[in-house]
Design a protein around this ligand. Structure first.
Ligand code: FAD
Length: 427
């Protein structure tokens, strides 16, 4: 690949989900010549349903600074797995393949590891809008519902007490969190079932309506700025002295730099490069209900159920749950039924089920993205593994990649996100 202007740095980006698109746009803003490679990019006439960025819970969530691997999780997992309506599914025959990820996940749950992870994620959240803002300003008709916040709900005093403690830690990281009483919740969400003893509102959280439309707007802007899409799967990757060659269908793309943003599929790509990222997928689902304006006013999450019910313009979407099912299995229909049952338990007046979807979260064991150079070749940058937070972190990730590749000082210290970091640690 050579741009029209030979003085421009040429960059190939593998993957056109929200992370790859945001990265491409930031690189263009910094004067790079960008080619995106993806078999199903969000271009007119192409289905984008395969990407996690298509059907997520649509929230920008600066509150999400706690890793999934929390202290005590090991004790909670058996209960989660045994309950038909638990928030987690595991397939026993996959255990061997999952072992490296699960052991690193348990190691991340050690109390001694928590503070470092929370501070590192907090450092990204502090500068979130520096990354998202400029991209969203150019997103045309896409609706952003800002200023209302999202709400976490608790059913027991124990859950509420635990949350109050977590919120103190959030405030240390600059995340605004206000406690809500039972009466506050009833006033703000009159259609919510009774039984919630309290909640927290996070005023800095907001909705992107819809993530698919947002990705399509980003893709259109990339083309407007002179970027190119190659609609093919990235195959063989060769590092050469004059650049990096990526086989993409009938084309051979050569660029001076390569960024790997292929979400959950980045693990296979990293193996080909020789890096072997410890990345897995947490499959997640959504069930969409017909829109009923005003039925709920905020994204709502009952913390123990681990899904959001989000009011979008054209639908109300329940999105979440964790299914460690890999990249090849069919969707698990019972997960969808459980999600629907739980959403209806939360808001009994929900309308008809309209649509369902399954997506592949790209998840690292410690809930921190991989962001930084390959061990094999520093001209290759990884920007993947955003787990539950890729929509939130897409913009700042793109900005950081553009800073790395143009030799600028990065907006935050990226060393905690190094793709080469030790994931299995005992302290
Ligand atoms: C149910 C659910 C709810 C969620 N809710 C939220 C939320 O509210 N807020 C939030 O911030 N995050 C949320 N997330 C997480 C978020 O959706 C993901 O972290 C994010 O979409 C990941 O983006 P990505 O660009 O890394 O990957 P993806 O969006 O999956 O994109 C990867 C792209 O790579 C392409 N690709 C794959 N292999 C190749 C190859 N060999 N060559 C070229 N291209 C390839 C794919 O076609 C795809 O387009 C949720 C996720 C799920 C599943």
């Amino acid at each position: 690949m050579h741009g029209n202007d030979s003085s421009k740095l040429t960059v190939a980006v593998i993957g056109a989900g929200v992370v790859g698109l945001s990265t491409a746009l930031w690189l263009q803003r910094e004067g790079c010549d960008v080619t995106l490679i993806d078999p199903t990019p969000p271009l007119p006439g192409v289905s984008f349903r395969n990407a996690a960025s298509f059907g997520n819970a649509s929230t920008i969530a600066p509150s999400g600074i706690f890793p999934s691997a929390s202290p005590g999780i090991l004790g909670d997992v058996p209960g989660m797995l045994l309950r038909r309506d638990g928030p987690l599914t595991l397939y026993w025959r996959d255990l061997l393949d999952l072992a490296p990820w699960l052991t690193a996940f348990l190691s991340a749950s050690l109390r001694s590891r928590q503070d470092g992870i929370i501070s590192a994620l907090g450092s990204l959240m502090r500068v979130l809008e520096e990354g998202n803002g400029p991209l969203m300003d150019e997103a045309g008709d896409v609706r952003f519902v800002k200023g209302k916040g999202s709400i976490h709900l608790y059913r027991t005093e124990q859950e509420a007490a635990r949350a109050k403690k977590s919120n103190e830690r959030r405030r240390d990281e600059g995340v605004e969190a206000r406690y809500l009483s039972r009466a506050d919740i009833a006033g703000m969400e009159p259609n919510l079932a009774p039984g919630y003893v309290g909640g927290t509102i996070f005023p800095g959280c907001y909705i992107i309506d819809s993530p698919e439309a947002y990705c399509r707007a980003l893709a259109a802007n990339i083309i407007k700025r002179g970027g190119r899409f190659v609609q093919a799967k990235a195959g063989t990757i060769e590092t050469q002295t004059d650049g990096i060659r990526v086989e993409a269908g009938a084309e051979s793309v050569v660029a001076q730099r390569l960024v790997v943003c292929a979400g959950a599929w980045s693990r296979a790509i990293s193996r080909q490069i020789g890096d072997r990222l410890n990345l897995n997928t947490e499959r997640g689902y959504h069930v969409a209900f017909e829109q009923s304006q005003g039925l709920i006013n905020h994204p709502l999450m009952y913390v123990s159920d681990a899904f959001f019910l989000t009011p979008l313009l054209h639908q109300i979407r329940a999105a979440g749950t964790v299914d460690l099912g890999g990249l090849d299995k069919k969707p698990n229909a019972s997960r969808l039924n459980v999600l629907e049952e739980k959403a209806r338990r939360m808001v009994p007046a929900l309308g008809a089920r309209e649509d369902t979807w399954m997506g592949f979260r790209p998840s690292t064991p410690d809930s921190m993205p991989f962001l930084g150079p390959s061990r094999k070749d520093p001209r290759i940058i990884y920007a993947c593994g955003h787990g539950h937070l890729g929509l939130t972190l897409g913009g700042i990730t793109g900005k950081l990649v553009s800073e790395i590749l143009t030799g600028k000082k990065t907006s935050v210290d990226i060393s905690p996100f190094s793709p080469s970091r030790a994931l299995f640690r005992l302290s």
